[in-house]
Design a protein around this ligand. Sequence first.
Ligand code: G3P
Length: 217
Amino acid sequence: MKFFADTAEIEPIKELAATGLLDGVTTNPSLIHKSGRDFMEVTKEICGIVDGPVSAEVVALDHETMMKEAEVLRKIADNVCIKVPLTIDGLKTCKALTDDGTMVNVTLCFSANQALLAAKAGATFVSPFVGRHDDNGFDGMDLIRDIRLIYDNYLYDTEILVASVRHTTHVLESAKIGADVMTAPPKVIMALVNHVLTDKGIEGFLKDWKATGQSII
Ligand code: G3P
């Protein structure tokens, strides 16, 4: 399973990249706003830190302007992945860009039918938002299960990129279902390492090691 960081903050991206766990980054207009940085500048910086796809989102609502924005964004770096909303204009833009060899992430997916459309439009990634799905009284994981089933039925290449991940259980469930990618805030990715028995184990080993009076270096 690929791990993307859902952030536009440079320091956590660098920290995660150094662990070797990071396969890409996703941003959106809200995350750019939160970072307080210039969109083009911060996207370029992120693209220089990670080799994998870095999603940068268009903000236009019509196909023609989306294409113009995508043209600007894809010049930032070779690993930019253009993010488009799951609308008819977004799907049209997705088709045009992927036909041209550009990676596209179709975002704001809330139904399996929408995911089917994204695959038919040739999307590189589809982003179902599990956290927001849960917030609205649905089960985000049911959505991932349905999309996995449909994509496997027709052998679609579009990768399921689980988004709006809020906690480590979302990651675990997504991996069990067989989602291709998950994108999460860095603190959720870091929290995957936590286990009380690991901490207790280290404490016990160190106590016994100290009692030996030895040192390795
Ligand atoms: O990847 C999409 C994500 O940024 C949205 O997350 O927590 O705002 O629903 P959230």
